[in-house]
Each structure stands twice: as C-alpha cells, then as structure tokens.
Design a protein around this ligand. Structure first.
Ligand SMILES: Nc1ncnc2c1ncn2[C@@H]1O[C@H](COP(=O)(O)OP(=O)(O)O)[C@@H](O)[C@H]1O
Ligand SMILES: [Mg+2]
Length: 402
C-alpha cells in the first residue's frame, strides 16, 4: 500500500492542516471582496508550508478560470519569463492571436494556401501592453490574472524591482489582478530592508506558523482514514505531538508511523512511539542542518548559551553567559527572531522556536567537540557521538558526558 504522507518540500499533502482561514480569504480576494489582499507576501520558516499554500492559491485561481502567471526564481530574467508566460496565456485567450488568411487560390480552388501570422511571434511589444491586454481579455470573461513567485528571497533585487513595477502598474489599472509571493522569513526581512522593495513591503503579510497539536493529529488521522488502513486515536494524537504542529513534521511523523506499522491494518500507539528519534534525526538533517550551516558564529553562540536552560531563557542570563552587555544581546535577539530561530516568551525571556532545534544545537555542539577530540586534543573520550540519540542529548546529560 502506498504511503499517503508527503514528507519533503513543495509536495502537497493529502490533507491540508490549519489553513482554512487563509484559503477563504484568498477566495474572497479572487472575488474582489478583499482588495487589500490582492498583493500578498507569505513568509515563514522552512517546512512551514509556504510552497504548498501558494500552490493551493494557484489551484483556486485556475479553478476560477483566471490566467495564471507563475514565475520561477531560477530563471535568468524574471521579466522575460513574465513576458513568455503572458504570451502563452494570451495565445489561449486572444481570438486574434493568430490571423490566418487566404493567400491565393488556384483555378481549381484546391490549391488554396493559407498564411498564418502569429501576433505574438515578435518580441517587440512592450511587456506592460501585453499584460494590459491579458488583464483586459481575462476581465471580458469575468476572470482575472494571478502572478505567483515562490522563494522570493532568492530573486535578484534589480529584477524583482523591474517586475514589481510592471505588476504594480497592472494592479493600478485592473481590478482583477492578484500577486502572491512566498519566502523564508529571514530572507524576506532582509529583502524588505532594501529600498527598492516598497511594493512588497506594502503587500499583505501572511506569516505562517505551526498548527495546533489537535489539528495536526486530526490531519494525520484523516490522511490514514482515506486509505484502507486506520490509525487509533491515541496513535494519531502521539504522532501529532511528535510533529509539534509543524507541517513538515506532520508528514514525517505520519510517514514513519505508517512504515512502522508494517502490514498491519491499524497503526497503533506503539508503532508511533518508536519513530520519534528517527523523526528528530531527519528534521535535523533536512531543516536545521541547512539553516545552522549558514549561521554566523555569534548567532550560534547565542543559541548555544540558551541550551543551559530547560525552558525559556532569560535574556540577562544569556548576556552574562556570553560575557557581553545587554545591548549587544538584544541586537542578536532581534536577528535570531527574524531568522525564525527564537521567539519572545514572557517578558525578558526567549525560547527556541522550531521543534527539535535544541536537539540540533546539542548534536552540533557534540559534533564540534568530537572534531576537536579527533584532532588530538584529548583522546580519552570514548563515547562516540553517533551513539547519542538526539532525544537523549539534553542539556544536563550533555554536559555531564564531557
Ligand atoms: N497545511 C499543511 N498540512 C499538512 N502538511 C503540510 C501543510 N503544508 C505543508 N505541508 C507539508 O509540509 C512539508 C513542507 O511544505 P512546503 O510547502 O514545501 O514548505 P515551505 O515551502 O514552507 O518550506 C511538505 O511535506 C508538505 O507536504
Ligand atoms: Mg518552499
């Protein structure tokens, strides 16, 4: 039986957890009822479900027979891509896209040949005019135009500026135009600091976060219920807890539980229990690993200073541990919040914001310690790092093991 879960990136899940408000708002935006949400910027951590939500929006636009112009950040020129997709849509909508006329008929009448001229064959028509015509043709049928851009944080600034001018002009002239961009929160913040991104700065901001545990458990239960197998309520709740409501982990926890149950018709609590360590390890590998690799040493020190606390950390304690003054501390606090790595807890406290980030940091710290040992600093340490399951590598134990 095929595993119905979709752990990975950009893979739409069988059951979408916790996005109904965003989806109904988008419906309203398509109907023209929410003009302030016609330009939207989806942001959030890696694996929180930005690409999936953007795809859902695109599907809604397509269902409403809107013309969809998806842009890809990998393209060498964003405006060329916008032009090419606009032309492709125009060819579908424009009755005059191709004019065909008789060029000559022989006496018998059978040798008539037709010459076909493609109105959009040349590249000389200004992009603004093409977009205008597309929006006008779409509006004639009561539809609109949607422009979508994922991974917006990776787009070249100058190119982004150029296409956003076109999009802005288009929105000014036509009612039924929707623009949705999505990107990693930290990258998006940096992008918005840039002077030429006013348009994006003014866009409606949709910040995605985790869903609650009950919703996650229900999504897991429903995903299994759509197959020939079932999952007990306790097992679904436990898998939901392991996911901590984080969308990528919903799929990962569900997928591991599915496999752990083997051929059994029902997934039981015991099947789920044993999967936690594997789920954590994969989360570290696929989500935290890439994020922590690019982290500056100062930010890393800050995060590691938080590991001494079981729960939220007092910012004064962090400053003391780092041996820095509180102002310096608050600079890094702000940056790490932008990076989605920590979040404010109660007044004067912060906590690690993503599930299993603590385990990832502890594993990295141990990994570095092991590298130091391997390089001959101390050969007496015997316990190999790989023997320490992330779930056991908690603060106190970690320090004792040194
Ligand atoms: N609302 C959701 N409910 C359940 N699973 C989801 C949801 N959104 C995303 N996922 C799953 O989470 C993972 C990451 O989704 P993706 O959209 O690629 O994240 P992002 O673009 O934010 O990095 C995928 O495995 C996807 O199937
Ligand atoms: Mg994505």
């Amino acid at each position: 039986m095929v595993n119905p879960f979709t752990p990975g990136f950009g893979r739409s899940p069988a059951i979408l957890a916790g996005r109904s408000a965003a989806l109904s708002d988008f419906d309203a935006a398509l109907r023209g009822e929410l003009p302030e949400q016609r330009a939207m910027l989806i942001s959030g951590a890696r694996g929180i479900g930005k690409t999936v939500l953007l795809s859902e929006f695109e599907a809604k636009a397509r269902d409403a027979a809107w013309s969809l112009l998806p842009l890809h950040t990998g393209s060498s020129s964003l405006s060329d891509e916008l032009r090419a997709t606009a032309v492709a849509r125009l060819r579908e909508l424009d009755p005059d896209a191709v004019a065909s006329h008789l060029t000559g008929a022989g006496a018998s009448g059978f040798s008539a040949s037709r010459s076909v001229t493609d109105r959009y064959a040349g590249q000389d028509e200004p992009l603004g005019d093409l977009l205008d015509r597309l929006a006008a043709l779409a509006a004639r049928d009561g539809h609109g135009v949607m422009i979508a851009l994922d991974e917006v944080q990776s787009v070249d600034r100058a190119q982004l500026h150029e296409v956003s001018q076109h999009i802005q002009d288009l929105m000014r002239r036509h009612g039924q135009v929707v623009f949705v961009a999505a990107g990693i929160r930290s990258g998006v913040s940096k992008l918005l600091d840039h002077e030429k991104t006013t348009f994006l700065r003014r866009a409606h901001r949709l910040e995605l976060g985790p869903v609650d545990i009950g919703t996650a458990a229900e999504a897991i239960r429903m995903t299994v219920a759509d197959t020939e197998r079932s999952i007990t309520p306790e097992a679904a709740v436990r898998a939901g807890e392991i996911s901590q409501g984080y969308p990528y982990l919903i799929q990962l926890a569900g997928s591991k539980a599915w496999r752990a149950a083997g051929d059994a018709p029902t997934i039981e609590l015991e099947d789920v229990q044993g999967t936690r360590d594997a789920v954590v390890a994969e989360m570290i590998r696929n989500v935290h690993g890439p994020a922590l690799r690019d982290l500056s040493p100062r930010k890393r020190d800050y995060l590691e200073a938080m590991l001494e606390d079981e729960g939220p950390s007092n910012v004064g304690d962090i400053a003391r541990r780092l041996g820095v003054d509180p102002r310096y501390q608050s600079t890094y606090r702000e940056r790490l919040i932008e990076d989605d790595l920590i979040e404010p807890a109660s007044r004067g406290y912060v906590r690690l914001s993503l599930p299993y980030l603590r385990e990832a940091l502890e594993e990295r710290r141990l990994g570095r310690a092991a590298t130091d040992l391997d390089s001959g600093l101390d050969r007496t340490r015997t316990r190999p790092v790989t023997d320490i399951a992330p779930s056991r590598a908690r603060g106190q134990e970690t320090r004792r093991s040194r």
